[in-house]
Design a protein around this ligand. Structure first.
Ligand code: AMP
Ligand code: MG
Length: 484
C-alpha cells in the first residue's frame, strides 16, 4: 500500500515563485527513528483518516524523507534583539511541502532538526528531543486556549547525541514537522529590501495576498490592496499578541525571523507560560535586558511591524504604511480587553450591560491587583472560577473569601478594594445572568497551564527511564485545559 503521506496532492505555491527565495536541500540521514508524537487531529485537516496512516508511514515521510522533492531551505534575514542579521535563513529546517486543507486553505509542512543547509553557519542543523517536546506541548496548549498558532504534525526521535549549552549534554536528538499556514516571515521581506531587490518583493507580496489574504483580491487598485493588506496584517499581529498576553504566554524570542506574515504564532524555543504575574517576566536565559519580557511583547511586535514597513517602502506608499501601523494599538487594546473581561466572566454580550467606566475600571483594577500582589496569574483566574458564587453579586465580602483568609495583610487590603469593583460589575447584571458569568469563567480559565515545572516533570521520566507516559498525560490535559 502506498504511503498516504507521500501521495498527498502536494502543491508548489512557494516553489513556483522562483529560485530567488529558497535553496533546494537534502535531509540528513539519522541512525534511528522512533515516532514519539503524531498529530492525528491534523491528518483530518488534509483529508486523511488517522487509521489509514501507520507509524511507519510517518517515519518514512517525516524521519527518512523518502521519495519527496524538492525540499526548500527558505532564505530570510531578520532583526534579532534589535540588530539586523543578514546571515540567517533555514539553518536546520526546510519547507517539506504544501497541502490544501479540506477547509480550502494552504498549509505548510516545515521541518525542524532535519540537517544542515547553506544557512547553518556552523550549527549542526539538529533539534534536541527536549526542544521538540517543548514545541509540541506549546503549540497544542496555545491552540487549546484559542491562540492562533502553528501545530506539530510529528516528532521523531533520531538517535543522535547533541551538545547544547542550555541542556545537560549529551542530549537526545529529534526531527519535527510543523504544520502552519506559512513559513514566510517578516525577515523574508527584510532580506529582499536589504539586497535591494524590490522586483522580488512585489511578486512575494502578491503571492502572500493571493494565498493568505484572498478576501483582498477583489480590491482592484493595487496600492489600495497593499494598504489594506498591511492594515490587516497589523490587526492580525495585534490580535495574536493580545491572545498571548491574555493567556500569560511569553514567546521569548520576538525576532523578525520568527514573525509569520500570516499573523500566526510559530517557532517555540525558550517560551514560558508565566506563573507569578510580573510584566518583567523574561523567558529566555540569554535575554539579559528583558527586551522580550512578557510586558514588552506588544511593543516588541509593533517595533517589528515598523521594521517591516521600512522594508516595504519601495512598494507601499508611506501614508498607507503609517495608516496600517495605526491599526495595531487599538486592535490590541480591543482584543486584550475582551479576553481579560472574559477571564473575569464577562462575555462580550455581558460586558455590554456594564457602564463604560465600570468595564474599563474592572480591567485596570484587576491588572493593578495582579501586579501589586504578585499572585499566580493562572491560579488567580482558576480560583475565581472554582469559587464563583452567584451571591457574589449581592455581597462583596463573599468574593474570594476563603482565599483572603490565607493571603498576607498587604494583599488582603488590595483584594478588598478589588472585590468591591468586581461586585460593582456583577451587580450591573440581572441575577439570572450569573450562570452565564459562571459558564464564561469555566470556558475561559484553564485548570491546567503548561508551566515550565510541568514540562520539566514530564521530561525527567523521559530522560531517566524513557518513560513517555507522563508526557502523553500532560499532552491530553493541555489539549483539554478546562477539564479536570
Ligand atoms: P531560532 O532561534 O530557532 O528561531 O533560530 C534562529 C536561526 O538560527 C535560524 O536561522 C535557524 O535556522 C538557525 N539555527 C538555530 N539552531 C540551529 C542549529 N542547531 N543548526 C543550524 N542552524 C540553527
Ligand atoms: Mg526561528
Amino acid at each position: 500500500m502506498a504511503n498516504p503521506l507521500l501521495t498527498l496532492p502536494y502543491e508548489s505555491a512557494l516553489a513556483d515563485l522562483g529560485a530567488d527565495y529558497y535553496d533546494p536541500v537534502t535531509a540528513a540521514t539519522f541512525p534511528e527513528h522512533s515516532l514519539r508524537f503524531r498529530n492525528d487531529e491534523l491528518l483530518g485537516k488534509v483529508g486523511l483518516k488517522p487509521e489509514g496512516v501507520s507509524d511507519r508511514d510517518f517515519i518514512e515521510a517525516f524521519g527518512q524523507f523518502q521519495d519527496h522533492q524538492p525540499l526548500l531551505a527558505l532564505r530570510y534575514h531578520g532583526y534579532q534583539f534589535r540588530n539586523y542579521n543578514p546571515f540567517l535563513g533555514d539553518g536546520r529546517g526546510f519547507l517539506y511541502g504544501q497541502v490544501r486543507g479540506t477547509d480550502g486553505k494552504l498549509y505548510d509542512f516545515g521541518t525542524k532538526g532535519s540537517g544542515p543547509t547553506p544557512y547553518s553557519r556552523g550549527g549542526d542543523g539538529r533539534l534536541t528531543l527536549k526542544g521538540g517536546v517543548r514545541e509540541v506541548l506549546a503549540a497544542e496548549a496555545l491552540h487549546a486556549l484559542g491562540v492562533n498558532t502553528s501545530r506539530t504534525l510529528s516528532l521523531i526521535e533520531t538517535g543522535e547525541s547533541l551538545y547544547r549549552g542550555d541542556e545537560p549534554s549529551p542530549t537526545r536528538s529529534a526531527v519535527m514537522v510543523r504544520f502552519s499556514h506559512s513559513h514566510i516571515r517578516f525577515g523574508t521581506f527584510e532580506r529582499l529590501s536589504y539586497i535591494k531587490r524590490p522586483d522580488l518583493i512585489r511578486p512575494l507580496l502578491d503571492h502572500v495576498i493571493a494565498v493568505y489574504y484572498p478576501h483582498l483580491q477583489s480590491i482592484a487598485d493595487q496600492q489600495d490592496r497593499y494598504a489594506q493588506w498591511f492594515a490587516d496584517l497589523s490587526e492580525r499581529l495585534a490580535t495574536l499578541v493580545a491572545q498571548w498576553m491574555s493567556v500569560g504566554f511569553c514567546q521569548a524570542v520576538l525576532n523578525t525571523d520568527n514573525m509569520s506574515i500570516t499573523g500566526e504564532g510559530f517557532d517555540y524555543g525558550p517560551f514560558a507560560f508565566m506563573d507569578e504575574y510580573d510584566p518583567r517576566f523574561t523567558a529566555a536565559y540569554f535575554d539579559y535586558s528583558g527586551l522580550y519580557c512578557y510586558g514588552n511583547q506588544p511593543g516588541a511586535c509593533y517595533w517589528n511591524l515598523e521594521k517591516l514597513a521600512i522594508a516595504l517602502t519601495d512598494i507601499i506608499d508611506k501614508p498607507n504604511l503609517e495608516a496600517g501601523l495605526a491599526q495595531y494599538q487599538p486592535k490590541y487594546a480591543e482584543v486584550f480587553s475582551d479576553r481579560l473581561r472574559q477571564k473575569l466572566g464577562f462575555t462580550p454580550d455581558l460586558s455590554l450591560a456594564l457602564s463604560a467606566i465600570a468595564a474599563r475600571d474592572l480591567l485596570t483594577h484587576t491588572l493593578d491587583l495582579l501586579e501589586k500582589t504578585h499572585v499566580s496569574y493562572p491560579d488567580f483566574f482558576a480560583t475565581l472560577t472554582r469559587q464563583f458564587d452567584p451571591n457574589w453579586q449581592n455581597d462583596a465580602s463573599l468574593i474570594l473569601a476563603p482565599t483572603l483568609e490565607k493571603s498576607d495583610p498587604a494583599a488582603v487590603e488590595l483584594l478588598h478594594q478589588w472585590r468591591s469593583h468586581y461586585q460593582h460589575c456583577l451587580s450591573q447584571l440581572p441575577a439570572e445572568k450569573m450562570s452565564d458569568v459562571q459558564n464564561c469563567l469555566q470556558a475561559t480559565n484553564p485548570k491546567t497551564v503548561l508551566l515550565r515545572s510541568q514540562i520539566e516533570a514530564v521530561w525527567a521520566p523521559i530522560t531517566e527511564q524513557d518513560n513517555w507516559q507522563p508526557f502523553y498525560e500532560l499532552l491530553k490535559k493541555v489539549r483539554n485545559p478546562m477539564k479536570d
